[in-house]
Ligand binder design. Structure first.
Ligand SMILES: Cc1cc2nc3c(=O)[nH]c(=O)nc-3n(C[C@H](O)[C@H](O)[C@H](O)COP(=O)(O)OP(=O)(O)OC[C@H]3O[C@@H](n4cnc5c(N)ncnc54)[C@H](O)[C@@H]3O)c2cc1C
Length: 618
C-alpha cells in the first residue's frame, strides 16, 4: 500500500478518502493517534525509517495546542534559572537544526529586549544567564545562525523600543531566538510525512482499541465526515494526543502511566502600530515571563499560566485573563493598551506531565514515553521546539515492539516540504515578481509560508488570475491561499482556513467575519459544496466568533467555557459521559459505533449536546 513519491504530495479531499481506505484495508506497522506537532513528527520519523504508517486526527491538523502556542522555537531562558542546562542545550540544538536545515522557510530569527528595572546586579545576573544561553546555542559544533546578545544603555534601548516608559527601565539587554507559524509548520510536517508514504486523515477519531488479549492490535475509529465506523489494524499504535492523553489511557482500561495536566495560556493580538518598537520584548511577571512578539503587522502578547479542567477542544479566554495580560504589558508601556486595542485572542493548553509511575521510562525532564500495554506507545509532555526528539524517542520505543528491526531516526537529515529551493527562490524574488505580475511583497509573503512550493500557487494564479487578488477584509492573504489550503493542505472547513492555514481569525478586527463568505465560496469548488453547505460553514463560523467574543466578557473560566461551548461544532467529535475532569473528558464511545448516517447523528446518540449544531442547521 505504501507509495513512495518522496516529495511533497497534495492533501486534498480525494487523498483523504484514499488514505482512509488504505488504512482500513491493511495492517500498518505504526498508527499514530493525534495530528498535532508531536503526532505529525512521529509519522514523519516512522515513515522515513521505512515503516508503513497511518495517522488519524479527530479534528483539523494542529487544532489542539499546536496552533495556540507562543510560536517560539527556543531553549527557554527560564529553564536556566532552574539550572536545567541539558534541556536548554537540547532545545537550542534543535533550534539551529530547524532554522538551518529542516525548515529555513518557516523559522525566522526574532530579537527580544529584556528591560532592567534595577541598577547593577540585574544586568550582571541576566547578562550571565543570556551568555550561557548563547553559548549553549553554539554547542556540539552547531553554527548558531543568530547574533549574540548585546548589553544596551537605557538610551539605546529606548531608541529600539520608543514605546517603553522611560521610568520603567534602567537599561536593557537584547538577545535573539526564533519563531514559527506553528499551525503552518504542522501542515508542512504532515505533507512531508505523506510524501514519504504516510497515510493521513483529519476528522477521524479514535474511539477505542482493537485487542488480542492484552495486546493492542489497532483502533476503532470513526470518519466523522461520513459517520463510517472503521477498524484500523496496526502492529504498534502511538498515542500523541497531548492534553487528551488521559482519555486514550482510559480506552485501555485506565492502564496508563502518564498523567497529563492541562494549563491554560492566553495570548492577545494587537496591531503593530500600537507598540512602537523594532524588537520583541520580554518581561518578568510574578509567575513567569511575558513576551511581546512581532507577528507580521501585529504583536502577539502572552501568556498566562492557570490550571484548566474544562473544554479541551475550545479553551476559553476570560476577561480576567485578558486584563492580566494587559496589566502586565502596561507596566512598561508609555501609552497603555486597552481592551479596544485587542484584535484577536487565543488560548491553548500546555500538556504538562503531572507525575509518573515506575512503568514510565523517563527520557528527559521534558517528555516521557511509556508502553502501558503491548502494542501501545504513549508520548507526552515536551514542547513544540523539541517535537523531533519526542518523535524519535517514540519511534525508538515502537522499534522495541517491532523486535528492534528498525533503522535509526534520520529526521535530522530530512528537510520539510518547501525547504528545498527556498533560498534560491528567495534570491530570485524580484524576477519572480516581475514574471508573475505580483508585487515583490506578495512573493515574499508566499515564500515565507510555502517556501519552495510557492510555484504551485503561482501556477494556480496563472491559470486563474482572479486567485492572485487579495481576500476582502484580510488583504494580507491572496485568494489562491484559500483554494490551495483545500487542494494541497488538508483543510476541510472554513474554520481550518481562517484559523490555521491562515490566521485571519486573530489578525483582523472582525476576526474574519468579512472574509468568511468569500473564503467559503473559494473552498466550495474543490470541496464540492452546494450553496447550503457554504451557508452552513459561514453560519457556524459567525456563531463561533460571537461565542468567543462573549466568552471574553465573562469573569470566570466556568462562565467563559459555558458561553464558548454554546457555539456548535461544524463536525462534532464524539463525546461521552462528561467525567470529573471536564466537559469533553470521560469514557470512550463504545467501540462498535455502528453506521450512523452522519457524525451529528452519532454524536447526538452519544449525548454530546453541547457540541451539536442546532436543529435545522444542516
Ligand atoms: C500557551 C502556550 C504557549 C506555548 N508556547 C510554546 C513555545 O513558544 N515554544 C514551544 O516550543 N512550545 C510552546 N508550547 C508548547 C507546545 O505548543 C506544545 O507542547 C505542543 O504544541 C503539543 O503538541 P502535541 O502534538 O503534543 O499536542 P496537540 O497539538 O494538542 O495535538 C494532539 C492532537 O490529538 C488529537 N486527538 C485527541 N484525541 C484524539 C482521538 N481520540 N482521536 C484522534 N485524534 C485525537 C487532538 O485533536 C489534537 O489535535 C506552548 C503551549 C501553550 C499552551
Amino acid at each position: 500500500m505504501t507509495t513512495h513519491t518522496l516529495g511533497p504530495v497534495k492533501l486534498g479531499p480525494s487523498e483523504r478518502e484514499s488514505a482512509i481506505a488504505a488504512m482500513a484495508s491493511t495492517e500498518l506497522q505504526v498508527l499514530v493517534v493525534g495530528g498535532g506537532v508531536v503526532g505529525a513528527g512521529v509519522a514523519l520519523d516512522a515513515a522515513t525509517r521505512g515503516l508503513s504508517v497511518g495517522l488519524v486526527e479527530a479534528r483539523d491538523f494542529a487544532s489542539g495546542t499546536s496552533s495556540r502556542s507562543s510560536k517560539l522555537i527556543h531553549g527557554g531562558l527560564r529553564y536556566l534559572e532552574q539550572y536545567n542546562f541539558g534541556l536548554v542545550r537540547e532545545a537550542l540544538t534543535e533550534r539551529a537544526l530547524l532554522m538551518q536545515r529542516i525548515a529555513p522557510h518557516l523559522i525566522r530569527p526574532v530579537s527580544f529586549l529584556f528591560p532592567f528595572s534595577h541598577y547593577g546586579w540585574e544586568r550582571a545576573y541576566v547578562g550571565t544567564g543570556v551568555s550561557i544561553y548563547d553559548a549553549l546555542g553554539m554547542s556540539r559544533g552547531q553554527v548558531r545562525g543568530l547574533p549574540r546578545h548585546r548589553q544596551l544603555t537605557r538610551r539605546h534601548a529606548l531608541r529600539l523600543a520608543p514605546a517603553l516608559r522611560r521610568s520603567a527601565l534602567t537599561g536593557a539587554l537584547q538577545y535573539w531566538d526564533a519563531q514559527v507559524d506553528d499551525a503552518r509548520y504542522v501542515a508542512m510536517l504532515i505533507r512531508t510525512a505523506a510524501g514519504y508514504g504516510a497515510k493521513v486523515a483529519s476528522r477521524t477519531q479514535v474511539t477505542g482499541f482493537l485487542r488480542e488479549g492484552e495486546r493492542v492490535t489497532g483502533v476503532h475509529a470513526v470518519d466523522l465526515e461520513t459517520g463510517a465506523a472503521l477498524e484500523i489494524r496496526a502492529q504498534q499504535v502511538v498515542n500523541a494526543t497531548g492534553v487528551w492523553t488521559d482519555e486514550i489511557q482510559a480506552m485501555v482500561g485506565g492502564r496508563g502511566s502518564i498523567n497529563v495536566r492541562a494549563s491554560k495560556g492566553v495570548h492577545l493580538v494587537v496591531p503593530r502600530d500600537r507598540i512602537h518598537s523594532s524588537t520583541g520584548i520580554i518581561l518578568r511577571t510574578p509567575v513567569s515571563v511575558l513576551f511581546v512578539i512581532p507577528w507580521g503587522r501585529h504583536w502577539i502578547i502572552g501568556t498566562t499560566d492557570t490550571d484548566w479542567a474544562l473544554s479541551k477542544a475550545h479553551p476559553a479566554a476570560s476577561r480576567t485573563d485578558i486584563d492580566y495580560v494587559l496589566d502586565q504589558v502596561n507596566r512598561v508601556l508609555a501609552v497603555p493598551l486597552t481592551r479596544d486595542d485587542v484584535e484577536g485572542v487565543y488560548a491553548g493548553l500546555r500538556p504538562l506531565l503531572a507525575g509518573e509511575s515506575d512503568t514510565t521510562s523517563k527520557l528527559s525532564r521534558e517528555h516521557t514515553v511509556a508502553h502501558p500495554v503491548p502494542g501501545l506507545v504513549m508520548i507526552a509532555g515536551g514542547k513544540y521546539t523539541t517535537y523531533r526528539l519526542m518523535a524519535r524517542d517514540a519511534v525508538d520505543a515502537v522499534g522495541h515492539g517491532l523486535d528492534g528491526k528498525v533503522a535509526p531516526s534520520c529526521t535530522d537529515q530530512i528537510p520539510l516540504a518547501g525547504a528545498n529551493g527556498f533560498q534560491a527562490l528567495w534570491n530570485s524574488r524580484h524576477s519572480i515578481a516581475r514574471s508573475s505580475g505580483l508585487h515583490v511583497a506578495r512573493i515574499e509573503h508566499l515564500l515565507g509560508r510555502y517556501g519552495g512550493l510557492t510555484g504551485e500557487l503561482l501556477e494556480m494564479i496563472a491559470a486563474d488570475p482572479g486567485l492572485g487578488k487579495p481576500l476582502a477584509g484580510a488583504d494580507d492573504y491572496l485568494r489562491v491561499e484559500a483554494v490551495y489550503a483545500v487542494t494541497h493542505e488538508g483543510a476541510r472547513h472554513l474554520d481550518d482556513v481562517l484559523a490555521r492555514r491562515t490566521h485571519i481569525s486573530i489578525e483582523t478586527w472582525d476576526r474574519g467575519q468579512t472574509s468568511a463568505q468569500e473564503v467559503a465560496a473559494l473552498m466550495a469548488g474543490p470541496m464540492k459544496w452546494r450553496h447550503r453547505q457554504v451557508t452552513r460553514e459561514v453560519d457556524h463560523y459567525h456563531a463561533r466568533i460571537e461565542a468567543e467574543r462573549k466568552s471574553q466578557e465573562a469573569d470566570t473560566d466556568t462562565d467563559a467555557d459555558a458561553i464558548r461551548l454554546g457555539a456548535p461544532e461544524i463536525v462534532p467529535v464524539i463525546v461521552h459521559d462528561p467525567g470529573p475532569r471536564g466537559r469533553d473528558a470521560g469514557q470512550p464511545y463504545p467501540a462498535a459505533a455502528g453506521k450512523a448516517r452522519d457524525a451529528s447523528d452519532m454524536a447526538r446518540r452519544a449525548g454530546a449536546e453541547a457540541e451539536l449544531a442546532p436543529p435545522g442547521a444542516h
